[in-house]
Design a protein around this ligand. Sequence first.
Ligand code: ZN
Ligand code: ZN
Length: 351
Amino acid sequence: MTAPLVPFLVAALACGNAVLAAETPAHHADGGFRNPFSDAVQGGVGNFLRVVRMRFFSDAWSTYDADRDRVPLATPVPASDESANATVTWVGHATVLIQHQGINVLTDPMFSERASPLSFAGPKRITRPALTLGDLPPVDVVVISHNHYDHLDAASVRALGDGPVYYVPLGLRRWFERLGIDSARIVEMDWWDGRDHASGERSFRVTATPSQHFSGRSLTDRNATLWASWSLAWDDFQVWFGGDTGYNDRQFREIGERLGEIDLGIIPIGAYEPRFFMRSVHVNPEEAVRIHRDIGATASMAIHWGAFILSAEGVLTPTHALAAARTEAGIAESEFAAFAVGETRRYPAGR
Ligand code: ZN
Ligand code: ZN
């Protein structure tokens, strides 16, 4: 190779790499996905032992018997017609029924007794889902945040069948197809992919948005599929479903800037202790309030507590901490509500 050619080739290679780097999103990694704003790695034997330790030597365990019956419960009142308001029912954990303009959306449907690959072991519900699968109105759309067992449940999806269209993060199509769901009913999306979903005369827009989390249902599929939050945008009402997420000061601000006005944020507040271990993947209530502010939500509701014991904080601690975080931030209960399990609230649409 002649000398003048060498710098030229080096420059060409460097240029090629730069083009490649620009084309590969920061959350895409070899064989899977990663968090662009957190280096923490979940999983492994060490973390498994930490989970076991915190499960049995924690507030969650010592207050379990006293508090499991104190989780507030309410009777759901789903919408039976097309009112001018959006109707939102907390079924339990991350399962929320959102009804607006005659379109029914269900988030992370989880109706089973255990959030586990095993039917006889693993986190067991302390509160029942407020609606059974049979109680649900026809579900037009299901959005899935990620494939952890407390968010993606085979029995629930099997029961919903080909009724809804499933909007899922990258890599999850195959799981649904294996379960027997019609591939035409599955829409796989990367962050910021969006699609108008038509249901009869009506339509609304579904957009996958970022979150900071991880995925995996076995020991060999760590971060092989993507995690996401979701925007559900009608012409006069926008909901943002946070799914399961840790906090950083980039992604939620970006979501607020790009989505425009968010009428209702659905934000997790539970499964956050011990912090050294959970911080990167689960927000605490104080960080949940920060997300509420970062996305610029008019109102928010709390999820991801009161159903499964997944962490070390006490059963009721997330709502107490949310109340303290609200006081600290100077916001009213109605602005970031801790629903009772089963509670239905209506939010005005038509801005
Ligand atoms: Zn998760
Ligand atoms: Zn979760």
